[in-house]
Design a protein around this ligand. Sequence first.
Ligand code: NAD
Length: 416
Amino acid sequence: MESAENLLQEVLKEFDEVAEYMNLDAGLSSILKEPKRCLTVSCPVKIDDGSIKVFTGFRVQHSLTRGPAKGGIRYHPDVTLDEIKALAMLMTWKCAVVGVPFGGAKGGIVCEPAKMSSGEMEKLTRRYITEIIPIIGPEKDILAPDVNTNPQVMSWIMDTFSMDVGYSVPGVVTGKPICIGGSAGRDVATARGVMFTIFNVAKKLAFDPLSKEFAIQGFGNVGGNLAHLLFQEGCKITAISDIEGGIYNPKGLDPVKVSFALKETGSVIGFKDADRITNEELLTLTCDVLVPAALENQITQDNADGIRAKLIVEAANGPTTSAADKILEEKGVFIVPDILANAGGVSVSYFEWVQGLQFHFWNEREVNLKLRDIMEKAFENVYRIAREKDVSMRKAALILAIERVVEATKVRGIYP
Ligand code: NAD
């Protein structure tokens, strides 16, 4: 895999290309390329054997122009400040593409959750939040789940912030359990948004998703839930993978059974009624729709030529490098970019924030209908720009996002 530093280079390169295409003012361009604020914190934690371990955490706010910053928290050994900067910038574009009134942020802690006890995770989370409290809050920066963080972690975040101010503040974090102010439907919202996107493409390009074969890389919150949702709709999933490797069955995989195997053995490769494949092989399998739903920089110039899917829907953030993107474009692959495809998560996070501020909650049907509307509208807008300007969906999504952030920047003016 290419290094995490490369994601920042990729994101900036993409921005530069689109800024040049849009003839964007150099001053505005330099504002948008830099994060508004980066905070690095060190978090000492007394671990279970009684020793002290110091973890490094980051919180980056890329933009606060269209509203409070918004973005997830990632726990992973490879987290770097540059990776978090890149992901924060992507969040700014994502919020703008779907039109929710947020700027972009991201956070991360360098740690190995698989090797930590629940107690250690809780202490680390609480210490990290305490360190970043000055810059977060419902009106400043709202946190959310990302790789290796879940509703339990969000609960600790909400509790730590609330203890500090002395009253319950559900709006500081989204992706919480419903019993403390979470939203119905948030747990599967990113995956549901990806599914709506697949159906939006199908409508536009006039194909039947039920007659297509799907390969999904990653079986966590996004990939796992997507597999379940697509299966429930009658779609055929032929390949699934996680960090340990992949499984393939041309007759189709039942995600419910794969989930059982994951629970019992710790990996999807514990599922027996399928052939074992590598993650690399999954990407180049014969299939119609490829959904990268794991980490960044998975589709590179080394494997792009071998990709056989005609449609790639980027459920993960930054899964395709720009070199791979060019190869795929030449091959005529239709790519729905991350900032559009996986925006369902932040859209329902916005719904959760709105519900939390009002202490008035909607049912799951209402949430899902609103999500479908927001994803459909964003897809239509991006598709129209792609057609009108004869550019890729990725470029069109970025044009729309940058236009919206620039409009807000101009109307607010440059302080002082
Ligand atoms: P997760 O931790 O729940 O799941 C990640 C999955 O990817 C796991 O199955 C893991 O085993 C697998 N994985 C990890 N490294 C891998 C590798 N090198 N090769 C193959 N598989 C690997 O994380 P998630 O929340 O599902 O996030 C997945 C992606 O979606 C990330 O890029 C994340 O930024 C993005 N995303 C998540 C959300 C959300 O709401 N959770 C929203 C938008 C985007």
